[in-house]
Write a protein that binds this ligand. Structure first.
Ligand code: UDP
Ligand code: MG
Length: 327
């Protein structure tokens, strides 16, 4: 009985002690308190905590301290009792500057890598043809604007080679064994743009072939680029264009011409439904290309509503202004 009474008293004493720290007097809390009391014994001998004996140090610091001393403090290699304690004022530096140094070095290295990667895409591929040797004029305008007609006259008078993207695509579509035949057929019928890789490759091959066969290095590229990605790709990998010759014509006039041409052309897209789709594609997809080059001051615009002779006279005059007498 007496033993249990004194046991109860000791228990109450413990409860009183622990409750001032605000934790419940459960056996597990009491065990934790005993462990903490044992931990407090450590810093009293360790110089780093001697200035603040009341505040319990975070356990993470307790774990770090011996490591920090072993690795970074100078003259601690022997680690013996004769090692003088570090000066009081420099303690926090000893603990943190190596970490700051590591973070700084790490960040510096990371930034270096990021900058180097940023530099990488700037090394653009060299175009296949140099614009100082090869002249490329893009010829743009809505379907039926008269691009083909005007190109034929420029070929006759100025010895340009005429490459029509539409003609090259139709030839590829009809080439036996072509893996793109069906894709091209579907795109043309729906007035859509064939994926640029196909058209750019056909144009580059045709340019190489023309130069090898005839030596001509002046090209009219008709009906191309009809989409921004084509324009950027071609100029990046094939050849930067000198300028864009843009034939401007009202839709009603272009429709009239196309329906007229459809009577004899045999083209799958010279019918009312395909023409409507081609107009849509021209306005939505191809006009942004014209605006892009206009913003760069590289567009020669000719009104192609009048009869072909008048349009050609205007074309010659404007090209002379842009390129000089001998273009
Ligand atoms: N086309 C294409 N990409 C081009 C040029 C033409 O996909 O770069 C396709 C498109 O479907 C277009 C068709 O070929 O509607 C006919 O083009 P073409 O230049 O022969 O038509 P035009 O403008 O002369 O009427
Ligand atoms: Mg054409």
């Amino acid at each position: 009985m007496a033993a249990s009474a004194s046991g109860r008293q000791a228990w109450r004493q413990l409860v009183r002690n622990s409750s001032c720290r605000g934790s419940a007097a459960t056996p597990s809390n009491l065990l934790r308190q005993q462990q903490q009391q044992r931990q407090f014994a450590f810093p009293r001998h360790a110089s780093s905590f001697s200035r603040h004996p009341v505040t319990p140090p975070p356990s993470s610091l307790l774990r770090q301290q011996p490591l920090a001393q072993r690795s970074y403090s100078s003259g601690s290699q022997g680690g013996g009792q004769n090692t003088p304690p570090p000066p009081r004022g420099s303690k926090s530096q000893i603990k943190f500057w190596p970490f700051l140094l590591i973070i700084a070095l790490g960040s510096g290295g990371y930034m270096l890598l990021v900058n180097r990667r940023k530099d990488m895409p700037r090394t653009k591929p060299t175009p296949a043809f140099s614009p100082s040797e090869v002249t490329v004029l893009f010829v743009l305008g809505g379907p039926g604007a008269g691009k083909g007609t005007q190109c034929a006259r420029l070929v006759r008078d100025y010895h340009f080679a005429h490459l029509s993207a539409g003609d090259l695509l139709r030839a590829e579509q009809d080439r036996p064994g072509s893996q793109y035949g069906q894709l091209i057929r579907d795109c043309i019928k729906n007035g859509e743009i064939v994926p640029m890789e196909v058209t750019v490759a056909l144009l580059e091959n045709a340019m190489r072939d023309t130069i090898a066969r005839t030596g001509t290095k002046k090209f009219l590229i008709d009906g191309f680029p009809r989409k921004m990605d084509q324009a950027l790709k071609f100029e990046e990998v094939v050849c930067p264009a000198r300028l864009v010759l843009f034939y401007d014509c009202p839709e009603a006039e272009m429709e009239r011409r196309l329906l007229e041409r459809g009577k004899t052309s045999g083209r799958a897209d010279d019918n009312a439904e395909s023409i409507r789709k081609r107009f849509r594609t021209f306005v939505d997809t191809s006009m942004p290309v014209v605006h892009h080059y206009e913003a760069e001051g590289r567009v020669v615009k000719v009104d192609s509503t009048p009869p072909p002779d008048k349009v050609y006279a205007d074309t010659q005059e404007k090209l002379r202004q842009a390129l000089g007498d001998k273009f």
